[in-house]
Design a protein around this ligand. Structure first.
Ligand SMILES: Cc1ncc(COP(=O)(O)O)c(C=O)c1O
Length: 402
C-alpha cells in the first residue's frame, strides 16, 4: 500500500463541532426521553468521535473535490485492494474482491439481510442489551425479536448458550444478529464464544449476521476475532458487516462493506439490494474515504486514537472510583462507549434521566433504550476532548457525588 502522507492527530487541539450540522452536537433525533437539552448540554450520546480524520483522508477528498466533476462513479481497484489489505493486516483474514458488497451504512446492510433471508413473521435472534437499531430493523420489517439475553454476572457479561441452542433450534427462527465487539457493553467476544455461536447457527440453519463495525477499536491488548477466520461451515453461513465509519469517524460519508463469501447467499443479498433500486457500490466520496483510511497512515492514526481512548477511559474509571464510587464503570475491552451502572444510587429511570439532563446537563444514552437489562445504566461516549471529559465528570460529581 502506497504511503501518501503522514497521519497526524493532536489531541490537545479542540475541534469545535457546534454549528457544523453534527447530529451529535445539534442533539437532533434523540431518544424520546430527551427533554431538557439546551446550549449548555454536553453531547456524549451518539457513537461518533470528536476527532479529526487522518490528514490523508482530507487530502484525498480535497484533491477529488478540486477536479470539480462529480458524475456517476464506479469504485476503483484501489478501493477493493484497500479493503483486502486492511482485513489481511488487521485480522489475518483473506477476502476476495467478489465477496465485497457495498451498502450506504451497516444498518442499511442489516435491513437488506433481514429482507433477503427471512419472511414476515420469522424470528430473528439478538442479544440484549444491544444497539437499538437491531430491534427496530426487525420490527420495521414485521419480523419477530427473539431475545437471547446476555447474562450479567457483576458487570461481566456472558452468553447463555443453552438458551441460544433452544432458540436456534426453533424452525421459525431464521437469522441471528451478533455485535462484535458488543455495543453497549464493550465486550470483545472470544474465538471460543464465536465458534460456539457459529456452530449453533450452522447446525440449526440459522444464518449468522456479524456486525463488526467497532472491530478496529479494541483496547487494552484485547484480541478481536472476525467470524471470517472461523471454520468453513461457519463462514459459509455468515454475513459479515464491516465499515471504516467508527474507526475513522466518517459516519457522515455513509459507506460499509458487507462481506459474503458464500455465493448463493451473496446473490440473494445482492438481489434484495437491486430490487430496492440501489446499486451495491459505494458513492464517489465513500470509495475515496475507504481507500484513504485503509492504508498504513490509517493504521498509524488508529494506534494514536486507541491510545487516547485508553487514556480517557482510565481517567473516567479512576475519577468515578475516587469521587463517585456508587457509579460503577463496566469492564470495557473495546469501543469508546462506557457502560455505567447507576443502580446503587437507587433512582428510577425517569429520575436518573432527569438528573443527568436537567441538573448535570449531560446528554447520554439511557440504558433502557438498549433493552430491559439496561435499566439503571447509561452509555457514555468518551471519544471527546479531555477538557470535555473533565467537565463531564465534574458535573457528575456535583449531581451524584454527595
Ligand atoms: C453496532 C453498530 N452497528 C451499526 C452502527 C451504525 O452503522 P451505520 O451508520 O453504518 O449504519 C452503529 C453505530 O453506532 C453501531 O454501534
Amino acid at each position: 500500500m502506497k504511503k501518501v502522507s503522514k497521519a497526524i492527530i493532536n489531541f490537545d487541539d479542540y475541534v469545535e463541532r457546534k454549528n457544523t450540522d453534527s447530529r451529535k452536537w445539534s442533539m437532533a433525533g434523540m431518544h424520546e426521553m430527551a427533554t431538557y437539552v439546551d446550549d449548555n448540554s454536553i453531547p456524549l450520546w451518539v457513537a461518533d468521535m470528536d476527532y479529526k480524520v487522518p490528514t490523508i483522508i482530507i487530502e484525498k477528498l480535497k484533491k477529488r473535490v478540486e477536479h470539480g466533476v462529480f458524475g456517476y462513479s464506479i469504485p476503483s481497484e484501489e478501493y477493493y485492494n484497500s479493503i483486502k489489505y486492511w482485513n489481511k493486516i488487521r485480522n489475518n483474514w483473506e477476502i476476495e474482491k467478489e465477496w465485497i458488497v457495498s451498502t450506504p451504512g451497516v444498518v442499511v446492510g442489516l435491513n437488506f439481510a433481514i429482507k433477503a433471508f427471512t419472511a414476515i413473521g420469522d424470528g430473528i435472534i439478538i442479544q440484549n442489551p444491544v444497539y437499538p437499531p437491531f430491534k427496530s430493523s426487525i420490527l420495521n420489517n414485521n419480523r419477530v425479536i427473539v431475545d437471547n439475553s446476555l447474562i450479567d454476572k457483576n458487570g461481566l457479561y456472558f452468553i447463555d448458550f443453552e438458551d441460544l441452542e433452544k432458540k436456534a433450534s426453533n424452525p421459525k427462527n431464521k437469522l441471528m444478529i451478533i455485535c462484535n465487539p458488543h455495543n453497549p457493553i464493550g465486550k470483545v467476544w472470544t474465538k471460543e464464544d464465536l465458534e460456539k455461536i457459529g456452530e449453533i447457527c450452522f447446525r440449526n440453519n440459522v444464518i449468522l449476521i456479524s456486525d463488526e463495525i467497532h472491530s478496529d477499536l479494541i483496547l487494552f491488548g484485547n484480541k478481536f476475532t472476525t467470524i471470517g477466520i472461523l471454520n468453513e461451515n461457519i463462514i459459509n453461513n455468515s454475513i459479515i458487516c464491516t465499515s471504516p465509519s467508527k474507526t475513522f469517524n466518517i459516519a457522515g460519508i455513509p459507506v460499509s462493506n458487507i462481506i459474503i463469501s458464500n455465493e448463493k447467499l451473496r446473490m440473494e443479498y445482492l438481489n434484495e439490494i437491486i430490487k430496492s433500486g440501489l446499486k451495491p457500490i459505494p458513492s464517489l466520496f465513500g470509495a475515496i474515504a475507504v481507500e484513504s483510511c485503509y492504508t498504513l497512515d490509517g493504521l498509524e492514526w488508529l494506534e494514536e486514537v486507541k491510545r487516547n481512548l485508553e487514556n480517557n477511559y482510565i481517567y473516567l474509571k479512576d475519577y468515578l472510583k475516587e469521587n463517585i464510587p456508587k457509579i460503577t464503570c463496566g469492564h470495557l475491552e473495546g469501543t469508546y462507549l462506557a457502560w455505567l451502572d447507576f443502580k446503587k444510587l437507587g433512582y428510577s429511570n425517569q429520575v436518573l434521566n432527569e438528573k443527568l439532563e436537567k441538573e448535570a446537563k449531560l446528554v447520554i444514552d439511557p440504558g433502557e433504550i438498549f433493552g430491559e437489562m439496561g435499566t439503571g445504566f447509561i452509555r457514555l461516549n468518551f471519544a471527546c476532548h479531555k477538557k470535555i471529559l473533565i467537565e463531564t465528570l465534574e458535573r457528575l460529581k456535583i449531581v451524584f457525588g454527595k
